[in-house]
Design a protein around this ligand. Sequence first.
Ligand code: SAH
Length: 232
Amino acid sequence: MHAISPIGTIHTPYKEKFAIPRQPNLAPSVITELHLEGDANTEAAVRELKQFSHLWLLFLFDQNIEAGWKPTVRPPRLGGNERVGVFASRSTFRPNAIGMSAVELLDVEIRNGQVVVKLGNVDLVDGTPIIDIKPYIPYSDSIPDATGGYAEAPPVPVTVQFSEPAKSVLMQHSDHEYRLQALTEILSQDPRPAYKKGKPDSKVYAVHLFEWNVRFSADDDGIQVVDIAPLA
Ligand code: SAH
C-alpha cells in the first residue's frame, strides 16, 4: 500500500464547515491561497502551471475522517430526506475521504521560498490538506452534453441583506468591496439545513467567516445579516 501525504495546505475565509458553498463555483469571488509543503514546495513543481486557467484540486475531507462513512447518504439537493448511494453523491463522508474541486487559477507566486498558488472558486475549509493538483483540460474534462441527474440545475441563490451595524463593520476594512461580495455570495446559498430551504425561520445562525462571527437569520425576503463581530 502506498501512503498518501499532503502536498500543501489551503488557506480560506471558511473557518468551519458550516456555510461553505456545496460546490466550488457558487462563491466565485472568494480568493484563497494554497501553500505547498515539503518536497512539493519547489518552483520546479509548478513550472508552466500558469498556462492553465483552472485546476483540479484533490484533497482530504480531514474533518470527517473520524466519522467514517455509510453506503447511502441524503444529498441536500434532494431536500435531505431521500437516500442515494454514496458513490451517486458528492458526500463528504466517503471511503478514503477524498474530495475534488475544479478551481480557478489566479496566480502562482514565490514568497521567500514559499510557493503560493492563488485560487478562486474554492469550497474548502481553512487548513484542508491538499493531496494533488492537476491542470483542468477543457477538451477532455468538460463534457457539454453530460447529464447531471438529481443535481442537473444549479441551486437558486437567495437575496442577502446587511443590517446597518453589519455594514459599518464591513466598511472599516480597506477591502470592504471584496468582503461584501464574498459574504453575499456565500450566504446567498442559504447555508441552513436543507429542510429549512425556502422557509422563514426565527433562529439566528452564527458562522465563522474571515476573522468574524457573522450572525444571520432567514425570512421571506432571503438572508438577513444581523451583525458581524470580530472574534478574539
Ligand atoms: N467539490 C468537492 C467538495 C464538495 S462538498 C467534491 O465534490 O468532492 C463541499 C463541502 O465540503 C463544503 O460545503 C464543506 O462543508 C465540506 N468541506 C470542505 N472542506 C472540508 C474538510 N476539510 N473536511 C470535511 N469537510 C469539508
